[in-house]
Design a protein around this ligand. Structure first.
Ligand code: XIL
Length: 702
């Protein structure tokens, strides 16, 4: 697992102040999603009525009963005693209480029984469907004592089919007795997602696909809407790992992975496969020898382990051969503290480098259309980066089919810097491999001792600056970077809530209620300018299905483009929206007068607080083809175009001239059409222009 280095204090104070003040402007100008709603409680158990309030034993021997020995509040609690196994304990049926797709917060106060000393407890849920049970932890192992009460709190979303669903508390080991009190089950009412903000995938359409790591909860309701709106790539955060797909030898389970792939298919998204080989989340049986004992380094065990590896990749890789476009074939195999740079995992100690060679070879065979990646964390750390470079160089020289290097990019608000990220990418360029950002997130913490229940504004500003610095680098290397994936969808659910310590973290672009954070706006401001029209038919076919795929509104509140604050309402217009922008009308087909009529359909397809996206369809209603065209209109409310696609724009004051791109200059007679789109700033009012002329002739509207 990654060790998240924290390297504060690299920037000069002056630079930091500058960044923070620029971001303060951004934060101040952001749309505010309203006051966070209060949680709604759906169940409490205070045990004050003298009963066990629906809590029952999971086993057959333990006693689960009301107790007056101690109480968190009031005078009673629930005591579990007489346990003979660590899983024995109190359980509460919640099948009729929870709604599928809603994330609930589970909270209970716990205390070891008198004389039991210190005990490790955890809270989990048991879900059954048609006779198969699944167990998932809601609260990790937590120390409780017999001297006081400790709160266990965690979140969980029931996202799968279930005909039984219950929460329970157990000891990690041992059979100590313990008390529970004041259980509370609550949820935050869902906020609708913001539909009027630019989609990340559209904004970065000219750069790279934008992905999110997800589980089944992220496919449902508002989260599913957020995923589909902003992302054109998904990674299964856990569902394609070995413990999920082959928990016992030869018995493959694909329920969750299939659901994620089906969502991706339905929404035209790419799928990154994660991961065939890792030292974590691999079931113990994989590393047991033929007699069921942990493997030692023998030739027979090496053969057995490589055979298991091959069978696993054949099954999982083969199943998704038509769906997964990139596989993390091996994950986290580098240890820069070893002189040869190779992690001493069981994979390595039993097979040497052959597990890597086998994994790539088999993956290529069964998934020939997938790009094959070696994925790791801290690849921005020079020592680790260079060890990874050497390994990839060696394996490529041997002919091992490695297509790319995956950089996890788990970072925090002060690390890694843009410069470190730049050399991370630059280092691998000589190898000619693809590079992908595979697991990016930005913790708001720089040390394990910090903890916030809501993220302070200055941390969110620093986080926005950090993301912006990284994305500036990604854009610079967009020819080499073929995917950028966040490790999660929104702050309501992140692995950093339990890693490296248990505390709430807020590392992503959308907040706990799925609303855009300052980091979102900073990232939007880091996209590439649009191309005017598809670069080539093959490029356009392979990118986003959206014809309006374009770039960021430069009028978005990007830190780097807002040099001077202004309190006036028009301050929200970006200076980069000035008409002097890069527009240079250079139609490659000379214009000719239209010999008939024209019709113009002008649509505002998307509008946010400072900008909007317009799409225009021009129809030639005349009897002769138009060969090269210029469409003109006048804005009434100070709108200023700052980007266009499938066209070239020029603006002088309120007067706009759009000329054709090289490939759409000819509009056929009697109903031929040409289309283009643009991004523009606006403020106050955004009226549709009333008069359009095509090559000087006035068009009808509609
Ligand atoms: C994490 C998942 O997000 C968690 O849900 C799980 O409990 C542990 O693994 N590097 C990786 C990912 O390559 O697979 C890890 O995912 C995060 C670190």
């Amino acid at each position: 697992m990654p060790t998240l280095s924290s390297r504060a204090g690299r920037a000069t104070l002056a630079l930091l102040m500058l960044t923070l003040s620029a971001l303060a402007i951004v934060v101040a100008s952001l749309p505010t999603p309203g006051r966070a709603a209060d949680p709604i409680t759906v169940l409490t158990s205070d045990f004050e009525d003298g009963t066990s309030q629906g809590w029952a034993r999971r086993g057959t021997v333990e006693a689960v009963e009301n107790s007056t020995a101690v109480a968190h509040a009031g005078s009673r609690s629930l005591l579990t005693s007489g346990r003979t196994a660590s899983w024995n304990g109190p359980s509460r049926d919640l099948l009729a209480t929870v709604t599928r797709g809603t994330r609930y917060t589970y909270s209970v106060w716990a205390r070891a029984a008198a004389g039991a000393g210190s005990v490790q407890l955890r809270m989990s849920v048991e879900r059954r469907w048609q006779g198969t049970a699944n167990y998932e932890q809601v609260v990790n192992s937590t120390t409780v004592t017999d001297g006081g009460w400790t709160q266990l709190t965690g979140g969980y979303t029931l996202a799968n089919d279930a005909d039984f669903f219950a929460v329970y508390v157990e000891t990690v080991s041992g059979t100590a007795s313990f008390h529970l009190d004041d259980f509370n089950l609550s949820y935050l009412p869902a906020s609708p997602i913001q539909t009027d903000i630019p989609s990340l995938k559209t904004v970065f359409a000219n750069d790279f696909p934008i992905g999110a790591a997800v589980g089944r909860p992220q496919l449902l309701a508002e989260r599913g809407q957020l995923l589909a709106k902003h992302f054109n790539s998904v990674t299964a955060g856990n569902a394609m790992k070995w413990d999920a797909t082959e928990p016992t030898e030869g018995a493959f389970t694909y329920t969750d992975a299939d659901a994620i792939v089906a969502f991706a298919r339905g929404n035209g998204m790419k799928v990154r496969g994660h991961t065939f080989v890792w030292h974590n989340q691999t079931p113990a049986w994989v590393f047991n020898d033929a007699s069921g004992q942990p493997m030692t380094a023998t030739a027979a065990n090496k053969t057995l382990l490589l055979a298991r590896l091959e069978a696993h990749i054949r099954a999982v890789g083969g199943r998704y051969a038509n769906d997964v476009s990139a596989w993390d074939v091996v994950n986290e195999v580098i240890d820069e503290n070893q002189s040869d740079g190779l992690r001493r995992s069981t994979w390595y100690t039993i097979t040497g480098l052959d597990y890597i060679r086998t994994a790539f070879r088999v993956a290529r065979q069964v998934a020939p259309n997938a790009k094959l990646f070696i994925n790791d964390y801290n690849t921005n750390v020079a020592a680790k980066r260079d060890k990874l470079y050497n390994l990839v160089a060696q394996l490529k020289a041997e002919g091992v089919p490695i297509d790319g290097v995956g950089h996890q990019q788990h970072g925090n608000i002060s690390w890694p810097t843009g410069a470190e990220t730049d050399s991370m990418i630059a280092t691998f360029l000589p190898l000619g491999v693809e590079q992908q950002i595979t697991e990016m997130d930005t913790s708001i913490y720089t040390s394990s001792s910090e903890s916030f229940t809501t993220p302070p504004a200055d941390r969110l500003a620093s986080q926005a600056a950090r993301y912006k610095a990284w994305f500036d680098v990604y854009r610079k290397y967009k020819a080499n970077i073929t995917s950028v994936t966040f490790w999660g969808l929104a702050d309501d659910e992140t692995w950093l809530d339990s890693y490296p310590v248990s505390r709430k973290d807020f590392p992503l672009l959308f907040d706990v209620q799925l609303q855009a954070k300052p980091a979102y706006w900073a990232v939007i401001g880091a996209a590439s300018p649009t191309a005017t029209g598809p670069a080539s038919p093959s490029t356009s076919a392979s990118s986003s299905p959206s014809p309006s795929a374009s770039r960021s509104p430069s009028a978005s509140p990007s830190a780097s483009t807002s040099p001077s604050p202004s309190p006036s309402p028009s301050a929200s217009r970006s200076p980069s929206a000035s008409p002097s922008a890069s527009a240079s009308p250079s139609p490659s087909v000379s214009t000719s007068p239209s010999t008939g009529g024209c019709r113009v359909k002008y649509t505002v397809t998307n509008q946010w607080n400072t900008g909007f996206q317009g799409d225009v369809v021009v129809t030639n209603t005349g009897s002769a083809a138009v060969n090269g065209w210029a469409l003109r209109w006048t804005f009434a409310n100070g709108q200023v175009i700052n980007q266009s696609w499938s066209s070239t724009y020029a603006q002088s004051g309120a007067n706009v001239t759009i000329t054709n791109a090289a490939w759409n200059g000819v509009i056929g007679a009697n109903g031929g059409t040409a289309s283009f789109g643009f991004l523009s700033s606006w403020s106050g009012t955004n009226a549709t222009p009333t008069t359009f002329t095509l090559n000087g002739a006035t068009c009808v509207l509609g």
